[in-house]
Design a protein around this ligand. Structure first.
Ligand code: PLP
Length: 384
């Protein structure tokens, strides 16, 4: 494996910077975040971009995106406070989590939030009471397509079309402003036709809802844009071209205002997680596989390796003949194994103390890191 997404000069900088620091840590390239944000803008010129804060809530990342004019999708009142502290005004924020306490709805409303997502009657009623008159995205259940994605958000969010149209009417009756339908095709969605199916379904629903006299102004297509891992994905330009074609196909010249909420697709490729080999072992003299234990694992950054869902490229500077390894983390927990079934190969010359660089780790690593499980500190982040 080779960190081929980096130029030799860029890579040298990463190695040199890393050499002076105690591992593990995440190294985020703000240049890469900036380039990706601009790519989203270029390829979706008419869309509003709401960065999904949970993917990487590092202050520097948020401040950069703030300065570039991004809007933000927040999941809690805590992320709300974080954004307000950074000077982002509430009109640039959307409360996209459908699961929230009534008093947090009120708190968000009091702090100026007027755009929410919802997918249940109970939540619509809370919103009507605690956030009167707000704009609402109704989240559509996407169980048919999320199963194709590598990190499905599937059954937990959204509701069936029939229930959705009922919620729209209820919301309108209760004085809220039905603003549009939102969906999420599943995170790390490599199948572009997933968007086609979703957009077509939304179009049908808008026709139905309009016949009841309610006009939806927007559509929120969520995230799902992939990052390159071991399995490469198509570039953003290909996604955009196809998705824009689907929009044209299904909506023609009445395309609603488009909202995008990229998380992984915006910051994933901007991160390198730097770790050190703590130990190398075999379970018997004749064992063909080496167990390679690193100082990063499931609990301090590599949560998305659960079930080997996300396969990060793991790179070392050692070269030569390679052999099968099982990659595991440093804690006293047997869940803390990253890859056992998928055959990772590392050089036979790999030694304790060598560094392993995990590529494309900008999203859902630092933010998933446990606080002091087994006493290990949460993952540090540095910016290059
Ligand atoms: C997590 C999330 C996103 C970001 O998804 P990615 O697949 O990381 O792009 C967007 N919108 C909502 C509502 C989310 O919960």
């Amino acid at each position: 494996m080779h960190p081929n997404a980096y130029s030799p000069a860029e890579w040298e900088k990463i190695v040199a910077f890393s050499a002076t620091k105690e591992t593990p840590f995440l190294l985020v390239s703000l240049d890469r975040v900036r380039q990706k944000f601009q790519a989203f803008r270029t390829h979706f010129p008419n869309a509003k971009i709401y960065y999904a804060v949970k993917a990487n809530p590092g202050k520097e990342v948020l401040a950069l995106l703030r300065d570039l004019g991004s809007c933000f999708d927040i999941a809690s009142v805590y992320e709300l406070d974080q954004m307000l502290d950074l000077g982002v005004t509430p009109d640039r924020l959307s409360f996209g989590n459908t699961i929230k306490k009534a008093r947090h709805v009120r708190e968000a409303y009091d702090k100026g939030i007027r755009l929410f997502a919802s997918d249940s009657e109970a939540d619509v009623r809370h919103l009507a009471k605690e956030a009167p008159g707000s704009r609402i995205f109704f989240r559509l259940l996407m169980d048919a397509v999320t199963s194709d994605s590598d990190w499905p958000l599937s059954r937990k969010f959204g509701c069936q079309p029939r229930m959705l149209t009922e919620l729209v009417s209820l919301a309108a009756d209760l004085g809220l402003e039905p603003y549009g339908i939102s969906f999420h095709v599943g995170s790390q969605q490599r199948e572009i036709p997933a968007w086609d199916a979703a957009i077509a379904q939304v179009r049908d629903l808008y026709d139905q809802i309009e016949s009841a006299g309610i006009y939806m102004k927007a559509m929120n297509m969520g995230g799902g844009f992939p990052a390159d891992y071991l399995v490469k994905s198509n570039p953003l330009s290909v996604y955009a071209e196809e998705i824009n074609r689907y929009l044209d196909l299904h909506f023609g010249d009445s395309v609603p205002a488009i909202y995008l909420e990229p998380g992984r697709g915006l910051v994933g490729e901007a991160g390198v997680l730097v770790s050190e080999v703590v130990s190398i072992a075999k379970k018997s003299k004749t064992d063909l596989k080496r167990w390679v234990y690193t100082d990063v694992g499931i609990f301090n950054g590599l949560m998305e390796t659960v079930d080997e869902s996300i396969k990060y490229p793991a790179y070392t500077e050692k070269t030569g003949e390679t052999g099968d390894v099982i990659l595991a983390g440093p804690t006293c927990d047997s869940l803390d194994i990253m890859y056992e079934h998928y055959k990772y190969q590392l050089p036979l010359s790999l030694e304790i103390g060598d560094r392993i660089f995990w590529l494309s780790t900008g999203a859902y690593t630092a933010s998933y890191s446990a606080i002091e499980f087994n006493g290990f500190p949460p993952l540090k982040t540095y910016y290059l």
